[in-house]
Design a protein around this ligand. Structure first.
Ligand code: ZN
Length: 297
């Protein structure tokens, strides 16, 4: 009887030791809990943070951040976060209320705070990521914020940022080059909402849009008529669908202007993992491929 008891005790001790070594809360494997407000920021934080961060998104792939309605589950994600990365410039207008309501102790990092924002028709344009060079600034902000909270892994964050910024430079060159064969006069297109102002300014493709910089307000009959007239007058070549917008509007404008219906541009959201815009780099390459395909002479 005594021998059996001792044997059980040793067994129990071994069990405790194994549990301790494999526990996810063991210091070696603990990840920084990060919330990203939407899918594009989620990808950028992953690129910089690598294995050191555990990322939860609020607005997931193929979802529209402009009109998102947060749930109680989102409030829990924010309560548990050590850092919350947001785009700012009014893109996630509902988010500051949510953060305040949860009394979160997490650090809020507004990635656009160092960006000179564009204004269009009196409104601030939050779609900063449509110029690849702006994303380099986002990456630097993410890197600094992660180093501040986790200095031990600072060298990794710096190395990851540097490598990713090199990829962004390559992408920026690629976009400029792939558009060079399209005459400037042909670089006029229509999108549903006004999400491509930064892309236009950097890459020289003019976008007309019946809806403003947010999808919150629907385009009025007057807005639609104005865009149809402008598209006809400027001989716009293509009308694009967007993954976060109602396709009916684009189809109608295409039909009424004889501009060809282009593919779907990913304006404010990545696709799911199986789509061809699952990362920021893929999303931008996809958009440019669609634009070039619709506009090439
Ligand atoms: Zn938008």
């Amino acid at each position: 009887m005594r021998f059996r008891l001792n044997f059980s005790y040793v067994y129990f001790l071994c069990f405790i030791i194994v549990m301790f070594l494999t526990s996810p809360t063991h210091a070696e494997t603990k990840k920084i809990s990060v919330v990203a407000s939407f899918s594009i920021i989620g990808d950028l934080v992953q690129q910089v943070g690598g294995d050191h961060v555990g990322i939860t998104m609020i607005v997931g792939p193929e979802e529209d951040a402009h009109v998102y309605q947060p749930s109680p589950a989102d409030a829990r994600k924010i309560t548990q976060a050590e850092i919350i990365f947001i785009n700012g410039l009014g893109f996630e207008g509902w988010l500051s209320r949510l953060i305040n309501a949860t009394k979160s102790k997490g650090t809020v990092v507004d990635l656009s705070s160092k960006i000179k924002a564009r204004q269009t028709q009196g409104e601030i344009d939050p779609h900063v990521w449509q110029d690849v060079n702006n994303v380099k600034i986002y990456i630097q902000e993410i890197c600094q914020a992660l180093i501040a909270i986790d200095p031990n892994n600072g060298a990794d964050y710096q190395k990851n940022s540097q490598l990713y910024i090199e990829k962004l430079s390559k992408l920026d060159n690629e976009i400029v080059e792939s558009l060079t064969n399209i005459p400037l006069d042909d670089r006029r297109v229509v999108s549903t909402h006004d999400a491509f102002g930064y892309f236009s300014a950097r890459y020289g493709v003019a976008f007309l849009a019946p809806q403003g910089v947010s999808t919150e307000a629907e385009a009025s009959a007057r807005d639609i008529a104005r865009i149809i007239d402008a598209a006809k007058a400027q001989k716009v070549k293509a009308v694009f669908l967007e993954n976060v917008a109602d396709p009916r509007l684009a189809r109608r404008i295409s039909a009424e202007t004889n501009a060809r219906l282009g593919g779907t541009l990913y304006s404010d959201s990545l696709t799911g993992a199986k789509g061809d815009g699952a990362t920021y780099l893929e999303m931008m390459r996809h958009n440019v491929k669609e634009i070039v395909r619709a506009l090439k002479p």
